[in-house]
Ligand binder design. Structure first.
Ligand code: GTP
Ligand code: MG
Length: 514
């Protein structure tokens, strides 16, 4: 009779029970074997649970940043990078130089545009600068007409002449940086939420065609534009790099040579009065750098962290950013700030996060829908522009658009299980506006006779968003809200720490339920 190979194995033979085993010995052996098996099964089960836990923990946390254009989505994403991906951030900081130069040059050209028109007798109204014929604006125009005309002198004409080359520099930089560097001033989309859940766009590929999937951020995007645009078929790679560098140097040289004139233009009291009469508040607009001319308009200028956060580059389509979080300093800061933190530091190390930053103009919002799923959404509402209109549609009040957008997001059935976090952003600009004496009730009649100060205003707007969430959500959901000024990197780091913790807690809770 053949013997199985197992019975020839010396180890099996050695461990086999003795053929002379008594019934008591056999009982004791079987008990011991059962105990061993129990321990072994428990170890297996523990390993399986740990593997499963690891798998769930490693499921990326996905965070979609939504909100109207200029609400601060990209600025918040930059804060994430600055706090959690320091090395990449430092590598990319230099790439923002061209964007900041463009922002500064555009500030100057906007003033020159108004100066040229003022000197040629073209009113802000006739050039369509005023957005509507509201009673407030009619009053402003009437008041401006009643004022004595502004007298511009020879040095204004000289400034116009000397700063004229900046027109060409703006064109050059815009060409270099591509579509993201120009703002959108019209749109055919008339809805605040053109993502229709009933007929989701099927052509996801087409939507992605103009998105930038970036794992290391703007450097790739900016670098790509630079190489792409200066490349001709006859150029060799080194020619391209050299030409691009020469061109960068020329641009920097011209801006630096205009430094004193830029400062003179910005400091001029007649120019300030003209901007005031025309209701042009460059200092509240995205990408304002005129107070930093001394530092930026130099041959050796290198952007600081704050410059990069304040730089304005429109987001096109959807951009994906990935971070692997390794919690060091920030986590300790957070845990000392929040003694009751429920997320143990060890559980978050190595966690992958994917952040999706989208374009917020009305015509970009259709691209959001394919990214709606069960993960987390942060929505951004700029709280300061309660009296301003959308850039892409001068008939629509920004606050009204914010309310409509918020209602659409919270009422979306697909997002019923999604945790939504509301950032009421640009509180610093709101405070500055209120300090200047702008009355909220003139633009928002329902504000009534409440105190025109920051705490009252934020409470009022916050309550309105909360009420919309309560009445429009398909299922009851908690209301998470933060008041932010995301250009303040220190306070934003603390806010992001709190947001991160609450997101992680939910993420891990979901994972445990899976
Ligand atoms: N003063 C101030 N400026 C802010 C704040 N948040 C953002 N900004 C600035 O506003 C401008 C627009 O911000 P972005 O982050 O580019 O806006 P966005 O929501 O990404 O806009 P899109 O890409 O067009 O959808 C940038 O120049 C920011 O630096 C804030 O809280 N206070
Ligand atoms: Mg953006």
């Amino acid at each position: 009779m053949g013997r199985s190979s197992d019975s020839e194995d010396p180890l099996t033979l050695a461990m086999a029970p003795s053929p002379y085993e008594t019934p008591e010995q056999r009982h004791a052996r079987e008990m011991a074997e059962a105990e061993d098996k129990k321990i072994s099964d428990e170890i297996d089960e523990q390993l399986r649970r740990e593997r499963e836990g690891d798998r769930k923990k490693k499921k990326p946390v996905k965070l979609l940043l939504l909100g109207q254009s200029e609400s601060g989505k990209t600025a918040t994403l930059k804060n994430f990078q600055l706090t959690y991906a320091r090395r990449e951030w430092s590598e990319e900081r230099g790439s923002w130089r061209a964007v900041i130069q463009l922002n500064l040059v555009r500030n100057v050209n906007l003033i020159l545009h108004h100066l040229n028109h003022e000197m040629s007798g073209i009113s802000a109204h006739s050039e369509g600068h005023y957005s509507d014929d509201s009673a407030e604006e009619v009053l402003v125009r009437r008041k401006a007409k009643a004022l004595p005309p502004l007298r511009f002198r020879e040095h204004h004409r000289l400034l116009q002449l000397q700063l004229a080359p900046l027109n060409g520099i703006q064109v050059d930089l815009e060409r270099k940086l591509g579509d993201a560097s120009t703002e959108l001033y019209t749109t055919s989309v008339t809805s605040a939420a053109p993502f229709d859940p009933i007929t989701p766009p099927t052509n996801r590929r087409a939507l992605q065609e103009f998105s930038i999937h970036s794992t290391n951020g703007w450097k790739t995007a900016l670098g790509k534009f630079r190489t792409h645009l200066s490349h001709t078929r006859l150029d060799t790679a080194s020619d391209v790099v050299r030409k691009s560098k020469d061109n960068d140097d020329d641009i920097t040289e011209i801006i630096a040579s205009c430094k004193d004139d830029i400062k003179a233009l910005w400091d001029d009291p007649d120019v300030a009065e003209m901007l005031n009469r025309r209701k042009v508040r460059i200092e509240d607009a995205p990408g304002f750098f005129l107070n930093d001319t001394e530092r930026i308009a130099t041959r050796t200028y290198q952007p600081t962290d704050d410059d990069v956060i304040r730089a304005r580059l429109r987001t096109l389509g959807v951009q994906e950013y990935r971070f692997i979080f390794d919690h060091g300093e920030l986590f300790s800061l957070l845990t000392s700030y929040n003694q009751h933190s429920e997320v143990a530091p060890g559980r978050t190390v190595g966690q992958e996060w994917r952040l999706y930053d989208v374009g917020g103009t009305r015509n970009s919002r259709g691209a959001w829908y394919p990214y709606f799923d069960d993960d987390f959404i942060s929505t951004f509402r700029p709280i300061s522009p309660f009296d301003e209109k959308l850039a892409e549609d001068r008939k629509v009040n920004r606050l009204e658009d914010s309310y409509l957008l918020w209602r659409s997001v919270v009422s979306c059935k697909l997002l019923a299980r999604t945790q939504i976090i509301l950032f009421l952003n640009k509180c610093d600009l709101l405070q500055a506006k209120l300090q200047r004496g702008v009355r909220i009730r003139e633009s928002v009649p329902s504000f009534g006779d409440r105190k025109n100060d920051l705490p009252t205003a934020t409470r009022y707007f916050q309550q309105h968003f909360k009420d919309i969430s309560k009445t429009s959500s398909p299922v009851p959901r908690p209301f998470y809200m933060y008041l932010t000024s995301v250009i303040d990197t220190r306070s934003t780091a603390v806010t992001l720490g709190a947001v991160e913790e609450s997101i992680l807690r939910e993420h891990l809770r979901h994972a445990d339920l899976m």
